[in-house]
Design a protein around this ligand. Structure first.
Ligand code: JF5
Length: 244
């Protein structure tokens, strides 16, 4: 997979050189390039923003530097169009399902908006060269798209084959089966008056699996009842149904 990120604060993406994603880049599993939007301006002051038509507070990012930057990175291997992901409070909701979907793509381009956003004509213009997807991390407002890109690149990158040591660890994690994950424990079994649930020390793997499943339902019902809406309760065991 190739990833290009365009931002006026390229140094914001430096953490992607660390840890798992950094190693994936060294191992050639992931090609990631960060580009400074100002490299694609032509005026002396390297201007990327201007006042909004129609009035209102704040500034809007000018279209031309973005078109220059996106044209520069869209020259990709033949075949499918790159996916242009635009972090925005007005986007579709990012979730684990979308992370898996994007992890299948050949080429992702992330456009980091700042100020009040990017001139909407860039989104319209880009449709010919990209599959354009405005994406929201959540219902809150950040100052720019960079933090959202860090989160999405990590969520997507870790799903790529060979990036995480043990692919098994991807199977049993929150949202992989539509539920929140069960609680985890490690040594010591007795700690400051708090003991590990005895079932986990029993060695009875059937009971342990049942307890973990029950905990997934209990936690999901308690913290994220919205996730249970889409859940097919018909296929549940009596024990699982009791957790709801
Ligand atoms: O604030 C966000 O993106 C940065 C951004 C982009 C465009 C204009 C203002 C801010 C965001 C919130 N949830 N997901 C993304």
């Amino acid at each position: 997979m190739r990833i290009d990120v365009v931002s006026i604060f390229p140094e914001y993406l430096a953490p992607l050189e660390l840890s798992l994603i950094g190693k994936a880049r060294q191992d050639g599993l992931l090609e990631l390039n960060v580009h400074d939007l100002r490299s694609f301006t032509t005026d002396k002051h390297r201007t990327v923003d201007d006042t909004p038509y129609g009035g209102g507070a704040g500034m809007v990012m000018k279209p031309e530097p973005w078109a220059q930057a996106l044209e520069s990175v869209s020259r990709t291997r033949e075949g499918s169009k790159p996916v242009l992901i635009v972090p925005s409070p007005a986007g579709e909701r990012f979730n684990q399902a979308l992370a898996y979907e994007l992890a299948e793509e050949e080429h992702l381009v992330f456009a980091c908006g700042r100020y009040e956003g990017i001139d909407e004509r860039v989104i319209d213009w880009a449709q010919d060269h990209f599959t354009v997807r405005p994406v929201s991390l959540g219902d809150y407002v950040l100052n720019g798209g960079e933090v959202a890109v860090l989160a999405m690149v990590e969520a997507i990158g870790r799903l790529l084959p060979g990036v995480v040591g043990n692919p098994e660890s991807l199977v049993e994690e929150s949202h992989s089966d539509g539920l929140l994950e069960y609680p985890v424990y490690t040594k010591p079994s007795a700690w400051r008056d708090h003991d590990v649930p005895a079932i986990l020390l029993s060695g009875n793997h059937g009971k342990i699996a049942q307890w973990r499943r029950h905990e997934q339902f209990r936690r999901t019902a308690e913290r994220r009842p919205d996730l249970l809406e889409g859940f097919d309760a018909g296929g549940l065991s009596r024990a699982d149904r009791n957790a709801l």
